[in-house]
Design a binder for this molecule. Sequence first.
Ligand code: ZN
Length: 510
Amino acid sequence: MNRNLDILIREMRIITQLRSVAAVLSWDQETYMPPGSARARANQISLILSMSHARFIGPDFRHSLSTLVDLPTGKVFEDDLAPEEVRLLEMTWRDWRRATALPVEFVGELARLTAEAQHIWEQARRKNDFGLLAPYLEKIISMKRDEADYLGYDEVPYDALIDGYEPGMTTEKLQVLFDTLRPALVDLVTRIQATDVAARPDVLARDYDEAAQQEFGMDILRDMGYDLTRGRRDHSAHPFTTNFHPSDVRITTRLRRDDLTLSLFGTLHEGGHALYEQALNEDYFGTPLCESISLGIHESQSRLWENYVGRSRPFWKYYYPRLQQRFSGQLNGVSLQDFYAAVNAVAPSTVRTEADEVTYNLHIMLRFELEQAMINDSVAASDLPARWNKGMEEFLGVRPQNDAEGVLQDIHWSMGAIGYFPTYTLGNLYGLQFYEAAKDQIAHLEEKIAMGDLGSLREWLRENIHQVGRAKTADELVRELTGGPLSAEPFIHYLEQKYGELYGAISGIN
Ligand code: ZN
């Protein structure tokens, strides 16, 4: 290997290892840490992260990178480099440019502000008092506008923020997707609501033993190929996947006795994220080639398992008899068809995380609209509750009873994560396109799933998506695997087919 590249990669490994240390501390904080230690832990995490950040933006790293890349333009000096090494350097420069574009004091101030705002958000939500959060949010919005200016953008400031989560994505491209998606979804929801099909979701709210739910979820994780010698599962208030290295990828789930779906679909979702992280190529650990492409591509993996596999008929053909065996008291007399209909019940609601496949993306579109208003149009934080409620009525036909179940429901904005929400919808769209490609390329995939074979799909994902790291962009990956660009059409077609069948002869659905 090129000697300069070798030196750079060694430095990148140290930076990544420091981040991994911070991630272990965060994982512990969310799972086992005694609550009294919150302040001490925040200091520990912030110390480690500031050490890794300082190395990344410091003079040594800059010098090392400058031997391989023209720093002002990002042009890689390609002599004697392999194509994947060129890509590695392009991605490294991209991350470095974003990190160094922000003044150190700005980064520190934003970190302090958002740490405090998250605590305030919890209180505000508990007390149903948006007024508590408003001044913090106002400051966050103003700093995120400054951040966009530091980072630079072509069209609108919001683009600079989106690009941090989904490289290459822009407001305009999202708007085109959403303009196709929104009317189709609104139309489908309206037609579904006009039917009198009862989905019997009450079967999912019976009393389900927690240990048995755990075991059932673990069986599915094993079948998916989640490697428990290089991962583990714990509980947390908010489910997540975290990774310290491909050899240690952990998930958490949430359990409730009166809600079978929470842990079940949460496990499939986080399991999908975890398979991605476990299958990254660890030879490249510390570099972009051992990192996921984007949040949207990451989410495509969780949604693929949660929805396109986990809410499908073939999946339940195999797993429902097994679920019934574990919960005979709760599920005796509930047919496969009724259960399938229950896990796919469609009903507009005010809460994003509880939304079904059909209405989910409408929640995202509302946030997309509000984020643009905040960042591009200088809308004041205090105007958000009213805009939120109006938007909910327009998009979903429901109105939150209060701000706690309205504008205060998500933690993202108080974390400064503006531009993040669209990646959830991108995940749904990418995930469906990838699943369709897998069906084309793996013979009898759905028959295999119906026989409990999840390994064929996992191997396909590993080979075609997980192992790629950031050697391809999201756009390159989707074109290569599906023969076309990211598109809302396949998703709309999928919903029409699936819900047309489920909800019977809905006029206009065929
Ligand atoms: Zn996810």
